[in-house]
Design a protein around this ligand. Structure first.
Ligand code: GH3
Ligand code: MG
Ligand code: MG
Ligand code: MG
Ligand code: MG
Length: 309
C-alpha cells in the first residue's frame, strides 16, 4: 500500500507535541531528574511527589500524558492509575507506569489498573522519549478525530452526537443542579429555500449558527445543530431569568442579521425559541430538549419570532 504523504500533519503534530504537558508523579529526586532531563526539550514537565498531591493538582495541570512511579508514599502508583481512570477527563489520557521493582505480577497489575504503557527502571532515555512521543501523537490524532465527529460540518457548531456525549460530564460538573435549554428553529425556512435556493438556505444556517454562538457568554454554554434548521442551546447553571435573557438576545441578534425573506410576514429571517429550566436536571438530555421543543411549538403557534418558556 502506498504511504500517504502528509508533511503538514507531521509538522503540526510536532508543534502540538512541543506544547504538551507531562505530569510526572515521582517521589525520588534522582529518578525524577532522569525523566526531566530526557523530556525537557520536548514538553513542559510538572512534578508531583505523591498520589494525594497528583489528585489535588491534576485538574489544574491538565496533562496530556502522565508518568507514574509505582512506589510512592501512602498510596501507590496503581491506586493512582485506577483513581484517574474513574474520571471522565482522564479516561483516555496516556498513563505510563514506571518501576524498578522486580515483583513477578506487578506488570500485569499495571495493565489491569488501566495503564497505557509500562517502562522498567533504569530506562534508556531514548525509549522514554519515543514512548512519550508515540502516545502524544496518537492522543492528538484521536482528539482531532473525536472533535471532528462532534462538529456539524456546515455550521461548525456542535452536533447532536456531542449533545448526547457531553450530558454525562455536564451533569457531573454542574455547580448547581439547575440547567436551562433553548430550542431555536428558523421561521418559514422551507419558503426561504423555495424562494432563494438551497445554497442560500445553507448560508443562512451558517449565519444563524454564528449569531447564536455570539449570544453566549459563559464557557459552559454551547450551541448544537440538532438537524435541519433546528438548534439547541444548553445553559448549565442557568435559571429561567438567565435563559430569558439569552433567548431574547438570540431573537434580536437573528433579526439584526437583516437577511431578506420576502415570503415571511417579518420580511426577514427570524427564529422562534422554546425554553425550559430544570431544577434537578434529568439524566437524559432528550427530556430537556423535548420540553423545550413543546414550548417552541407554542411559539410557532403564537405567530413565530418569539420566545415561550
Ligand atoms: P416553521 O416556521 O414552522 O419552522 O416552518 P419551516 O418552513 O421553517 O419548517 P419546515 O419543517 O416545514 O421546513 C424546514 C425546512 O428546512 C425544510 C428543509 O428543506 C430545510 N432544511 C433542512 N436542512 C437543511 C439544510 O441543511 N440546508 C438547507 N438549505 N435547508 C435545510
Ligand atoms: Mg518511588
Ligand atoms: Mg422552521
Ligand atoms: Mg418542521
Ligand atoms: Mg423545524
Amino acid at each position: 500500500m502506498d504511504k500517504i504523504n502528509t508533511p503538514d500533519i507531521e509538522s503540526k503534530l510536532k508543534e502540538e507535541i512541543d506544547e504538551s504537558t507531562v505530569l510526572v508523579v515521582e517521589d525520588n529526586d534522582v529518578d525524577f531528574s532522569v525523566v526531566d532531563r530526557a523530556l525537557t526539550d520536548y514538553c513542559k514537565i510538572e512534578r508531583c511527589h505523591s498520589t494525594e498531591e497528583a489528585i489535588k493538582k491534576v485538574f489544574n495541570i491538565e496533562p496530556h500524558i502522565i508518568i507514574i512511579d509505582y512506589h510512592l508514599p501512602n498510596k501507590n502508583g496503581i491506586e493512582l492509575c485506577t483513581e484517574l481512570r474513574d474520571y471522565n477527563r482522564f479516561e483516555s489520557t496516556p498513563i505510563l507506569m514506571v518501576t524498578g521493582d522486580e515483583h513477578a505480577t506487578l506488570e500485569l497489575d499495571f495493565w489491569n489498573a488501566g495503564c497505557s504503557d509500562f517502562v522498567k527502571k533504569p530506562f534508556n532515555p531514548t525509549t522514554l522519549i519515543k514512548r512519550v512521543e508515540h502516545h502524544l501523537k496518537y492522543q492528538k490524532m484521536l482528539d482531532r478525530y473525536r472533535n471532528e465527529a462532534m462538529i456539524d460540518s456546515l455550521t461548525k457548531v456542535f452536533n447532536r452526537r456531542y449533545l448526547e456525549s457531553v450530558t454525562k460530564q455536564l451533569y457531573a460538573r454542574l455547580e448547581s443542579p439547575q440547567v436551562s435549554a433553548l430550542m431555536v428553529d428558523v421561521d418559514w425556512f422551507k419558503r426561504y429555500n423555495d424562494t432563494y435556493g438551497h445554497l442560500a438556505g445553507d448560508s443562512v444556517l451558517v449565519r444563524v449558527a454564528d449569531a447564536l454562538t455570539k449570544c453566549l457568554e459563559r464557557s459552559t454554554d454551547f450551541v448544537t445543530r440538532l438537524g435541519g434548521e433546528e438548534f439547541a442551546i444548553v445553559l448549565p447553571n442557568t435559571d429561567d431569568v438567565g435563559a430569558n435573557v439569552i433567548a431574547n438576545r438570540v431573537i434580536k441578534s437573528v433579526e439584526s442579521l437583516n437577511i431578506a425573506h420576502n415570503e415571511s410576514p417579518f420580511e426577514k429571517v427570524t427564529v422562534s425559541v422554546g425554553g425550559v429550566t430544570h431544577q434537578h436536571p434529568p439524566k437524559d438530555w432528550q427530556a430537556l430538549v423535548d420540553e423545550a421543543d413543546s414550548n417552541l411549538y407554542l411559539a410557532k403557534g403564537n405567530g413565530r419570532n418569539q420566545f415561550v418558556c
